[in-house]
Design a protein around this ligand. Structure first.
Ligand code: SF4
Ligand code: SF4
Length: 584
């Protein structure tokens, strides 16, 4: 047996391979993205970047219904998008093993909230497994597929950022061939109309009872050997934090956090003077135990906000009152778009025209920060367009006349198209700007339907954004290069006077897709000509700074896009002849 160092995400992919998963689908989202990227190395698994998480879950569900083992993966907020089919699949169950990976993000390293997706398992009445390290990430995928088939249920596996991205040793095994289940048409199981669903609901309740019994015996939940007066009950990465923080205490490790076998836990806790529950984010296990009358201490002392670590746990027990996590003394460093980012020109125009703008999920959310200050809202994938429409319908005069929605190309395919159809259908008069940088940039440059690149087949049909927009009924369309600021301003002016929905498609590839990540040159400021007007500073390019009333360009950061030069009224910014961009 070979031992290798794997991240949790790599280990999930390995688990899927060893358990003979046949179909895997995902939409990229930090911290889950690398699961599918690693599954891609296993040639005999069908894998795809689906257009969004709902589609990914439905693809995996279809494979499971057909009798094959299936996996889908997404970040925590992705499960909000996929919740609709998840709840139906709880009733339908699983034929081939069906595991849904949710990668939660305590601490919000790259997310808009800290939601704890264990609640989905409880609400959908399906089991939830929580691995603590990479070995468990691999083993739990295999276990989840077995549970799924044995109990006729989808299984949710909750990872968190630290488990996804930390590397620990994993014993890898060979693939165990798993025969697909024979497909048998069964409409009472798979067509969830009320008459069938009522029967299936009773099945789901019985299944939960059986799962509780299983939880009491399963090796996923490890009981302690009594050595201390204090017990810690912990799951996921919190188990390791707590072990390091309180090595003198006893531990009950919860690997399956839903459903819990409360009778077994009650028996264990009876032997201890004090019982602590350590878990990241919500008091999920704690509340279950307290409701069952088990006396435990949890969020009374441990923080509810942010990631946990050993220090926070130790501090909490010393004070026994730490509900707010103090911000550490780091100097503030505002996030910014990359030097040469193609979105900069659009945000500069929005800022200059002082238009209210609803934003969306992607790296372009950074356009909200100074000096661009170009966005007013960001809610969730696809919301920019529907939010702008709602603002327009609010009849708040300023907003209703000029609202702009800003959405990336990948997000447009993910869930922007429906919002745009809704705007057209409901006679809106807003402007939608599709920031087409030809990739899913924020998660590491994955393909999407507009790129013509698939995970499985390489080059394939490229869905044309303009034709899609025309197909959705938009009549007023402007195509611009976001680095051509006069053209961008002109497109906005025309759109503002159009009585209806306008779409501006601003196309230029992400700076990281441009060969050598640069335009092959860098710019410099001639201080004799610079009058210190600060117009170039307004772009928010990290390469530009302002000192002693003059602008300066840091050659290490300049990507050579030329945007600042095009704006300088004194033509003080010039190509630094003979100097090539040296970022790579
Ligand atoms: S826009 Fe030109 S003149 Fe104004 S600060 Fe920048 S470099 Fe100087
Ligand atoms: S050319 Fe100007 S705007 Fe473009 S990366 Fe260099 S400094 Fe920034």
């Amino acid at each position: 047996m070979e031992k290798v160092l794997l991240s949790g995400n790599e280990a999930v992919a390995r688990g899927a391979y060893e358990a003979d998963v046949k179909v895997a689908a995902a939409y990229p989202g930090t911290p889950s993205t690398e699961i599918m990227e690693n599954i891609a190395q296993y040639g005999d698994i069908y894998k795809e970047w689906s257009v969004n998480e709902k589609v990914a879950l439905e693809v995996a569900a279809g494979a499971s219904m057909a009798g094959a083992r299936a996996l889908c993966a997404m970040k925590h907020v992705g499960l909000n998008v996929a919740a609709d089919p998840l709840f139906s699949m709880s009733y339908i169950g699983a034929t081939g093993g069906f595991v849904v990976i949710t990668a939660d993000d305590p601490g919000m390293h790259s997310s808009q909230n800290e939601q704890d997706n264990r609640h989905y398992a409880r609400a959908a009445k399906i089991p939830c497994l929580e691995p603590s390290d990479s070995q468990e990430s691999k083993d739990f995928v295999i276990e989840a597929l077995d549970i799924s088939e044995n109990f006729d249920t989808p299984v949710l596996m909750r990872m968190t950022t630290r488990v996804c991205h930390s590397k620990t040793a994993v014993i890898i095994g060979d693939k165990k061939k798993h025969e697909n289940k024979v497909y048998v048409k069964d409409i009472k199981k798979r067509i969830i109309v009320p008459t069938h669903a009522r029967v299936r609901h009773a099945f789901v309740e019985e299944r939960t009872e059986k799962l509780i019994e299983f939880a009491g015996k399963s090796k996923l939940n490890r009981k302690p050997v009594k050595k201390s007066d204090f017990l810690v009950i912990a799951s996921g990465i919190s188990y390791f934090y707590a072990r390091e923080a309180f090595p003198e205490m006893d531990f009950m490790k919860i690997g399956m956090s839903w459903p819990l076998n409360l009778d077994v836990i009650k028996e264990v806790t009876k032997k201890y003077k004090k019982v602590y529950v350590v878990e990241e984010n919500d008091p999920f296990i704690e509340n279950e135990l307290k409701t069952a009358g088990i006396k435990v201490i949890g969020k009374d002392v441990f923080p509810m906000v942010d990631e946990l670590d050993q220090e926070k746990l130790q501090k909490a027990l010393k004070k026994e009152k730490t509900l707010k996590v103090p911000v550490q003394g780091l100097p503030p460093r505002p996030p910014a778009l990359c030097p040469g980012c193609p979105h900069t020109g659009v945000f500069y125009a929005i800022s200059k025209l002082k238009l209210p703008a609803t934003g969306d999920i992607g790296c372009y959310t950074l356009g909200a920060f100074p000096p661009l200050n170009a966005l007013d809202t960001t809610v969730c994938m696809g919301a920019s367009i529907s939010n702008a429409h709602g603002m327009e319908k609010s009849e708040t005069v300023e907003l209703s006349k000029k609202t702009v929605a800003v959405i990336g190309d990948s997000t447009f395919f993910h869930s922007g198209m429906t919002g745009l159809a809704n705007m057209v259908y409901n006679k809106s008069r807003g402007i939608v700007v599709i920031l087409d940088n030809s990739t899913t940039a924020m998660t590491g440059h994955q393909g999407h339907p507009g790129t013509g690149k698939t995970l499985n087949y390489g080059d394939h049909v490229k869905i044309d954004i303009e034709k899609t927009v025309i197909g959705l009924g938009v009549k007023d369309i402007h195509k611009v290069d976001p680095h051509d600021i006069p053209a961008v301003l002109n497109a906005f002016e025309k759109s503002l006077s159009h009585d209806g929905v306008s779409v501006i498609i601003a196309t230029r590839p992400c700076i990281f897709l441009v060969p050598k990540r640069s335009y092959g040159k860098i710019y410099i400021v001639n201080h004799d000509e610079c009058v210190g007007c600060r117009i170039c500073v307004g772009l928010g390019c990290p390469a530009i700074s302002f000192r002693e009333n003059k602008s300066n360009i840091n050659p290490m950061f300049c990507a050579g896009c030329g945007l600042c030069a095009s704006l300088c009224p004194k033509k003080a910014i010039k190509i630094n002849e003979g100097v090539e961009n040296g970022q790579e």
